[in-house]
Design a protein around this ligand. Structure first.
Ligand code: PEP
Ligand code: MN
Length: 351
């Protein structure tokens, strides 16, 4: 991929309302954000889950964004979901476009938007798809990049879950971390508003994003959240945003202090030694798994005995408890080990 380096000071702050509702709302909010943000966001076309909700003011709101651009030092950004949106935004000289979570899920929509942007090097931000599938997120980034959009960034807005969760959208931090590993030069902006779904958790999520060395934050900000026409429950005022930003602790990714470096290196050497032992021990376990597989084959016994699997999961979680480990982590670890043990024995039985 060819990602052009974009100049900005970290963290890049993108703020503004969920939706553009009126010229007055946009300008009043933007004026109060002038000293806090670099990019002003506002949704002009709103993807709503149910019909008959407020679906955005549409094209005329682009004119309001133009006024924000003229009257403040802020750059302006909005969501595009089809080729017509793209054309209207380019005509209105919107600085930054973003693809929403409901668009990234569909390669047809993404390709249509990409075609409308062929040869136009405008800044584009791509939100993660609704569900936790990194390859769809990557696919959308690649589709945009292939038509020549090189000033790309990703927005991490959390993932839909059916499980009980304190978040509106589960952060699943491991997914943006994996994206960073695959495309290190791609800036990743965190959207704590759509992750939290309420103001209370915004600070904590923003702090975690900074501690994971993300490049910026997109936070929904409204001059009067209680009357907002969409996402009223999660927006904060520009003043509250100011407080949140002032309280963020910005740590550096390295520290030149020799004492710090020596201690960190020593601890990492210890981790390396432990990981080596861990891999050796998993190797020994797998050898026994193979032996059991051969034995089961000789005696015409199935691979899976469900009671044994229940017993393994339960006892390992109990042992983990004694060692201060999160039962979820122990559970996931043994599910992975067990999955591969079953695969190993399947190969043996099928030979
Ligand atoms: C939004 O940013 O207001 C929005 C609709 O977000 P998402 O696509 O992340 O749901
Ligand atoms: Mn929103």
């Amino acid at each position: 991929m060819e990602i052009k380096k974009q100049e900005f000071t970290k963290p890049l702050i993108i703020a503004g309302p969920c939706s553009a509702e009126s010229q007055e709302q946009l300008l009043a909010t933007a004026k109060d954000l002038e000293d806090k943000a670099t990019i002003f966001r506002a949704g002009v076309w709103k993807p709503r889950t149910r019909p008959n909700s407020f679906e955005g003011e549409g094209q005329k709101a682009l004119e309001w964004l133009k006024v924000v651009k003229q009257e403040t030092p802020l750059k302006v950004a909005t969501e595009v979901a089809n080729a017509q949106h793209v054309e209207a935004c380019l005509k209105a000289e919107i600085d930054v476009l973003w693809l929403g979570a409901r668009t990234t899920v569909n390669p047809f929509y993404v390709q249509e938007i990409a075609e409308a942007l062929r040869g136009v090097d405008v800044k584009v931000m791509i939100k993660n798809p609704l569900h936790p599938e990194l390859s769809l997120w990557m696919g959308a980034i690649e589709r945009l990049n292939q038509v020549g959009v090189s000033q790309l960034s990703a927005i991490h807005r959390g993932f839909f879950t059916l499980e009980k969760s304190a978040f509106r959208n589960e952060p699943k931090w491991e997914i943006p971390i994996k994206l960073k590993r695959l495309v290190p030069e791609l800036p990743i902006i965190c959207d704590p508003s759509h992750i939290s779904g309420a103001p209370q958790m915004l600070s904590e999520v923003s702090q975690t994003a900074m501690d994971l060395n993300m490049d910026g934050l997109m936070i929904e900000t409204h001059y009067n959240p209680s009357v907002a026409l969409s996402d009223a429950q999660q927006q904060i005022t520009p003043n509250e945003l100011g407080v949140l930003l002032d309280n963020l602790i910005l740590r550096t990714s390295t520290n030149a202090n020799t004492e710090f470096r020596t201690l960190l290196n020593n601890l990492r050497t210890e981790i390396d030694a432990i990981d080596k032992k861990l891999v050796d021990i998993v190797g020994q376990r797998t050898e026994i798994v193979r032996e059991i597989g051969r034995y089961k084959k000789e005696n015409a016994v199935t691979i899976l005995q469900i009671e044994r699997w229940f017993e393994i999961l339960k006892s390992r979680k109990d042992w983990g408890h004694d060692t201060n480990l999160d039962p979820q982590m122990v559970g996931e670890l043994f599910e992975l080990i067990h999955k591969h043990s079953v695969l190993t024995q399947t190969h043996i039985l099928n030979k």
